[in-house]
Design a protein around this ligand. Structure first.
Ligand code: WTA
Length: 663
């Protein structure tokens, strides 16, 4: 498990409790209501989910079946209902007379602010949908989106949803190889991209990465690349294949009848890292997913028409899907979208933007908070107390455990001790929040995501699937299906079944892949980190295998093993142990090679996968049967004394070498 055991102990001993003072406007006002909802979900599971399905969404044809378990774990929800996600996010608000409400306030890296209303956004989505149709994109086709955090990116996603095409967004920081893998696995017919994105004052080419990806070959399914022109930089265009987006949009009508799809129709496939080799395409449905995106906006964030909601996640991650593209729009809310980075022009950018746009709900990652704490400690001018943050009423965090000190700072310095913090635990696979406090109801403990949402039967079990007692660590599972859960892994149903519904647990519980423990008194959940070989670096999921494969693809590398080590800012940092084909270089030459390997990994996967530490060794610590002993590598990475039994080790001398060779 990736978290430091000492941290876990200190969090479990955490006795501070913050009783909510917020008055909920639209959601759950107190714990009694929360408990009544949980009881309803157990007493009448189908009735409960059917009610939420009807309350949260507009159906073109209402569903009559709620949950179909006949082919478990391939569950079906609202199976005979017909709907359209983009209709629910746009048309229904315009038809209800709310077309003039601001849907998105977008701020560019350089500070240019653009606003669109729901009526304008609907018109733009329709034009984009018509462009897609004019290029022959049909229902069920897959479309890759490689775009910056922008209105255009959201329009592209919504337009796919409107015509029933399944989108697969690739994070703008991922490499050509990552795009290539996803294009092939998804069998994409079209790629939507931009010439470049601007972040931190720098223009980073996107289209040229797509060109590189397609040049790797085998992407015959791709007919066109649509290019949104965002900068003066421009880009090369391949005649016949590449098309400038803006002139095509201008020719299209602002009306487009939505394609009504089954509730189970795949809205999107989002690739994420697992414990083995290639990233897996997590497939989500339309009905169940959108229901939960909408419901959790109400429950976890108490969203109202008066709020200005800001989720800082990129659309390339699940958080940007559920809490930027779909949840806020489905609720008819006003949200802020930001293309830049928190530290440009300086580390007060977030606080300035909250002040400027009177943001009331702010949702970000612990890693961002930790880096802004550091910056504020060093420079008073970027401290949140210098800014008027009085518009805030609710704060949120996501992606990794938040340490109690960072929680306290967020609470005091950003929230003015007034705003409850929603520590939302969830995953790409869960579609939306699963364990999280409710802003007006749940007493908060720093560092704990508290209790499951109503309907989520989260539990902690041992390796055989038996419940463990509170206070005992174990595997986090969800015992009953829920509407927004992963449906399958694209192209790989066996991997879905084996990975998430393993035989060892009787094949009946969803296995989250995290270790957790429940507090003996409060029964609150404490997440202890991944139990598999998945790292969490700045809230981003990366498989150790992916990074290892990238390293061994370098001509000088014979073998590599990657582990995580705790890091003050990024939560976890990547530490790579590398065996070279030739002799280990020394001094400057070693530093040079280490940097070359970092650049190599950046090129193979993306900058977020660059190893922080690299250690060269003549070999890796292995058992006599040749298995790499990763727990020893984890101790070395942390500079800890090795207390584990090393008697099964084939080559004990290697430990000393690896210990001293950090570059
Ligand atoms: C971790 C992000 C502790 C966890 C939405 C999970 C968290 C993985 C929290 C999923 C939290 C997410 N507290 N850990 N509040 N939220 N995690 O798929 O290890 O990018 O399994 O989804 O992030 O990462 P993913």
């Amino acid at each position: 498990m990736s978290q430091n055991p000492q941290n876990i102990q200190s969090v479990l001993n955490e006795t501070r409790s913050f009783v909510p003072s917020l008055k909920a406007t639209s959601s759950v006002p107190d714990m009694a209501t929360y408990e009544a909802l949980c009881a309803e979900a157990v007493r009448d599971e189908q009735g409960f989910w059917a009610r939420l399905g009807r309350e949260n969404l507009d159906w073109h044809k209402p569903f009559t079946q709620t949950l179909d378990e006949s082919n478990a774990p391939f569950y079906r929800w609202y199976g005979d209902g017909l709907l359209n996600a983009s209709y629910n996010c746009l048309d229904r608000h315009v038809l209800a007379g709310r077309g003039d409400v601001t849907a998105i306030i977008s701020e560019s890296d350089s500070g240019v602010v653009t606003r669109v209303t729901y009526a304008e956004l609907l018109a733009r989505v329709c034009q984009m949908a018509n462009v897609l149709k004019s290029l022959g994109v049909q229902k069920s086709d897959r479309v890759i989106i490689y775009m910056p955090m922008s209105i255009e990116g959201i329009v592209a996603m919504q337009a796919c949803a409107r015509i029933g095409a399944t989108h697969s967004v690739v994070f703008g920081g991922f490499s050509a190889k990552a795009i290539h893998e996803r294009v092939i696995d998804a069998g994409a017919v079209l790629i939507i991209t931009a010439d470049a994105q601007t972040r931190g004052g720098k223009q980073l080419g996107l289209k040229l990465v797509v060109d590189e990806a397609l040049a790797l070959g085998g992407c015959d399914t791709v007919r066109h690349v649509l290019v949104n022109q965002r900068t003066e930089q421009g880009c090369d265009m391949v005649v016949g294949r590449d098309l400038a987006l803006e002139p095509l949009l201008a020719q299209q009508s602002t009306d487009c009848v939505p394609e009504w799809v089954d509730a189970e129709h795949p809205l999107f496939v989002l690739y994420t890292s697992g414990s083995t080799g290639t990233p897996k395409g997590v497939q989500h449905s339309t009905g169940g997913y959108l229901m939960w995106a909408t419901q959790t906006m109400k429950w976890s964030f108490d969203i109202t028409a008066q709020d200005v909601f800001w989720c800082t996640a990129d659309i390339g991650w699940i958080t940007g899907h559920t809490y930027v593209c779909y949840g806020p729009l489905s609720c008819g809310a006003t949200q802020l979208v930001f293309e830049g980075i928190p530290t440009y022009p300086d580390a007060s950018r977030f606080w300035q933007m909250i002040e400027r746009h009177r943001c009331s709900i702010f949702y970000t990652a612990p890693t961002a908070i930790r880096s802004l704490i550091k910056a504020a400690d060093m420079d008073e001018q970027v401290h949140p107390k210098k800014y008027d943050l009085s518009s805030l009423r609710i704060l949120g965090t996501v992606g990794e455990p938040i340490n109690p000190e960072a929680w306290m700072w967020y609470h005091k310095q950003v929230g003015g001790e007034r705003c409850p913090i929603m520590d939302t635990f969830w995953q790409t696979e869960t579609g939306g929040h699963v364990i999280t406090p409710l802003p007006a109801a749940t007493p908060l403990t720093p560092g704990s995501c508290t209790l499951p949402l109503p309907g989520i039967q989260a539990a902690i079990v041992d390796e055989t699937g038996e419940d463990v007692e509170n206070g005992q660590g174990g595997l986090l599972v969800i015992k009953r299906p829920w509407p927004s859960m992963i449906r399958t892994i694209w192209n790989n149903p066996e991997r879905f079944k084996a990975g998430y519904y393993p035989e060892e647990l009787g094949g009946r519980y969803y296995l989250a892949g995290d270790g957790a423990v429940r507090h003996s008194d409060t029964t609150y959940f404490q997440i202890m980190g991944r139990i598999d070989d998945v790292l969490n670096v700045s809230g981003h999921r990366l498989g150790t295998m992916e990074i290892e494969s990238a390293l061994v693809a370098h001509p000088m590398v014979a073998e590599a093993a990657v582990v995580g080590k705790p890091d003050e800012v990024s939560g976890e940092a990547i530490c790579a142990f590398v065996v070279l084909k030739s002799a280990i270089p020394e001094g400057e030459a070693a530093v040079k090679l280490a940097n070359e390997l970092r650049e190599w990994v950046k090129h193979e996967i993306g900058p977020i996968a660059k190893p922080k530490d690299i250690r060269f060794g003549d070999n890796l610590p292995k058992t006599r049967s040749g298995k790499i002993m990763r727990r020893l590598l984890r101790s070395i990475a942390k500079d800890e004394a090795i207390t584990q039994d090393t008697s099964t080790l084939e080559n004990p001398a290697i430990l000393d070498q690896l210990r001293t060779s950090v570059v």
